[in-house]
Design a protein around this ligand. Structure first.
Ligand code: NI
Length: 166
């Protein structure tokens, strides 16, 4: 396993639409292992492959208190979303130090493949519901700051560029 570099906004890879995984081969197994190690090392609750510049539809998450319940979601998709919404403060490993409120469906059901290629469906609410939606957005080249005003986004861009220089 290896810790991969997390790309920081506005790196162009964060805007790419990731390709579906066709085969769960050794390369994907290694990618999943590395993504889990990278996410835990960064103390995140979710990571999408696009964030480490691998443009494939692979997500890892762990929204448990203890950080001992990894979820692997390959080719994830939202199956149902509640009309009820919830607002949460979100952050992103690719936009360190930035948090803002995002409103999303409060409950979702998503379908994905696990690391052995088995299809599963999972009902999610609370943090996990926000997390899977945030991560699927990454796979579609979207970021949680996209809904903010352009003034705010410009400030964030400047902050990230300063971070890179320091
Ligand atoms: Ni993120």
């Amino acid at each position: 396993m290896a810790i991969r570099d997390i790309m920081i906004f506005p790196h162009p890879c964060l805007r790419k639409v990731a390709a579906e995984v066709q085969n769960i081969d050794d390369e994907i197994q290694t990618l999943v292992d590395d993504m889990l190690e990278t996410m835990y090392d960064a103390e995140g609750v979710g990571l999408a492959a696009t964030q480490i510049n691998v443009i494939k539809r692979v997500v890892v998450m762990d929204c448990s208190e203890a950080g001992d319940s990894p979820i692997v979601a390959i080719n994830p998709m939202i199956v149902t979303a509640s009309s009820e919404t919830a607002e949460r403060s979100e952050g992103c490993l690719s936009i360190p130090g930035v948090h803002d409120n995002v409103t999303r469906p409060a409950q979702v059901t998503f379908r994905a493949l696990d690391r052995s290629g088995e299809s599963y469906e999972m009902a999610a609410e609370g943090l996990l519901a926000a997390c899977i939606q945030h991560e699927i957005d990454h796979l579609d080249g979207k970021l949680f700051i996209d809904g903010l005003s352009s003034l705010k986004r410009d400030r964030i861009r400047k902050k990230m560029e300063k971070l890179k220089r320091d």
